[in-house]
Unconditional design. Structure first.
Length: 368
């Protein structure tokens, strides 16, 4: 039976939101016995350029082996920026040479900034990647509009499929013990995720007067983050455990009262969806496709990007009012149940694969 190879940089454990989403899809595939079979292929590895190069060569070899065996049905390429864009352009050329349908799924929230700053050959290569894709998947209506307007892809070749996660077996606690509110951030620790303004917000007079502790979990420069926390005098309230795998994240979310993600740009952050699934109140920025799903003051709290004062006020509001925090969390969970559950999204993705494979078989028969 033909398989779908989903290309994921770093696999399901070391690819940030892309990897978490791919992991959720793979587990749903296994639980629901979905068809066609899905295989995750790591195109990046976890390490420096040498590790990345070897991982990419292994990925290309795997695609070639499956093609030689007549088992490669679809290549599903998850696209971000920089090295990811280079690798996917190469994969796009390989897919065309092998005659295998290609799906390009756009993830990076700052993709179009990256694209606009490329020299002409880079922009041309990416336009060709999209132009020759049998299907483009985007994570929200805002991205469908931009892919059509800026890359010339007609809407009938674009599918909007929101990120999704699996329903947790347990939900997060409903009240902080000893009234010490646990604030959690999941994501790469650095300016793009709004970490500088988050630390400034936590160091504000308003936050110093309240009972809270924070866990900032993710890769990036942990040492620099803790050094800044010490400079601001809040290091005793903050834990930076580094990158956490899926099981550790699940355990952390069970002990979380507020999920904060003040990103400067996003596509559709998996961390926010995970928080909604665990019935956790969310404070985030209205970037990417997030405003298509949650409503400010109803199912989440929005703060402007790069605004530490607004962020401090939003966090303080949720700390001070447990009932409001619980209501925000409940309504956010309702959004997850209605629109973001992987048990519903995975069969939709499977139906896309099935339709593409049927179309590919029909085209092959007509050509013969």
């Amino acid at each position: 039976m033909s398989v779908v190879c989903m290309l994921c940089p770093g696999g399901t454990e070391h690819a940030g939101g892309i990897g978490r989403w791919a992991g959720y899809m793979l587990r749903e595939w296994q639980d629901q016995n979905l068809r066609p079979p899905l295989e995750i292929v790591d195109t990046r590895g976890y390490g420096g350029w040498l590790v990345a190069g070897r991982a990419f060569l292994r990925a290309l070899w795997r695609l070639a082996v499956l093609r030689r065996q007549g088992r490669l049905g679809i290549i599903h390429a998850n696209l971000a920026v920089r090295g990811s864009a280079v690798r996917k352009c190469i994969v796009g050329l390989l897919a065309r040479a092998m005659g295998v349908p290609l799906i390009v799924q756009l993830h990076a929230g700052h993709f179009f900034d990256f694209y606009d700053n490329l020299p002409y050959p880079g922009r041309f290569a990416l336009r060709q990647l999209f132009a020759h894709a049998a299907r483009v998947i985007v994570l929200g209506n805002v991205w469908q509009e931009r892919v059509t307007a800026e890359l010339g892809i007609p809407p009938d070749r674009i599918t909007v499929l929101y990120n999704s996660v699996r329903t947790p077996e347990r939900l997060a606690r409903t009240e902080a013990p000893d009234l010490v509110c646990h604030i959690v951030m999941l994501g790469r620790l650095g300016p793009p995720k709004g970490v500088p303004e988050l630390l400034e917000a936590m160091a504000s007079e308003a936050m110093r007067a309240r009972k809270w502790r924070a866990t900032l979990a993710g890769d990036g420069d942990v040492g620099a983050v803790m050094a800044e926390a010490r400079r601001l005098g809040i290091a005793d309230r903050i834990d930076c455990p580094g990158w956490l795998g899926a099981d550790a994240v699940a355990q952390l979310l069970l002990q979380t009262d507020i999920l904060v993600l003040p990103s400067r740009s996003e596509n559709l952050p998996v961390a926010v969806i995970e928080a909604l699934s665990y019935r956790i109140a969310v404070v985030t920025t209205p970037v990417g496709a997030t405003p298509e799903l949650v409503q400010d003051g109803v199912s989440a709290l929005f703060v402007p990007t790069r605004n530490s004062d607004a962020l401090a006020r939003a966090l303080a509001r949720l700390i001070d009012d447990p009932e409001f925090r619980a209501e925000i969390a409940r309504r956010g969970h309702d959004v997850f149940t209605a629109r973001l559950d992987a048990s519903v999204a995975a069969p939709i993705l499977a139906s896309i694969y099935q339709a593409m494979m049927a179309q590919s078989r029909a085209s092959t028969l007509r050509a013969s």
